[in-house]
Unconditional design. Structure first.
Length: 111
């Protein structure tokens, strides 16, 4: 778990399980706000469920990144967790990738 500077302009956020997700996302949001020039990959491999508070934090992070023309990519999202995004109707506003390395490589290639 934790936040890593993957490259000069990509941050990798490895989420913990609830209830610590919101704290980790707040820290990531603060880092993005301070840097202002980075894309974010969020690794859900340790997450089995997300709460409404976590969804709200993810939406805030997405808005901040979208306003700066930066990307937010989710990876390693379990089917049960992804269904929460589907049920809430917000699945289509996020980008999902199967694997962390694919997400990171995709961002680096896009540059």
């Amino acid at each position: 778990m934790g936040i890593q500077n993957w490259s000069e302009d990509i941050i990798l956020v490895e989420l913990p399980q609830e209830p610590q997700i919101v704290d980790e996302l707040r820290l990531a949001t603060d880092i993005v706000r301070d840097r202002g020039n980075c894309d974010v990959v969020v690794d859900f491999s340790k997450v089995d469920i997300v709460t409404s508070s976590s969804l709200s934090a993810l939406l805030r992070l997405r808005k901040m990144l979208t306003d700066c023309n930066r990307k937010l990519i989710f990876c390693c999202v379990a089917p049960a967790t992804k269904s929460i995004f589907t049920i809430t109707g917000i699945e289509s506003i996020f980008d999902f990738v199967e694997d962390k390395m694919l997400a990171l490589a995709g961002l680096q290639i896009a540059k």
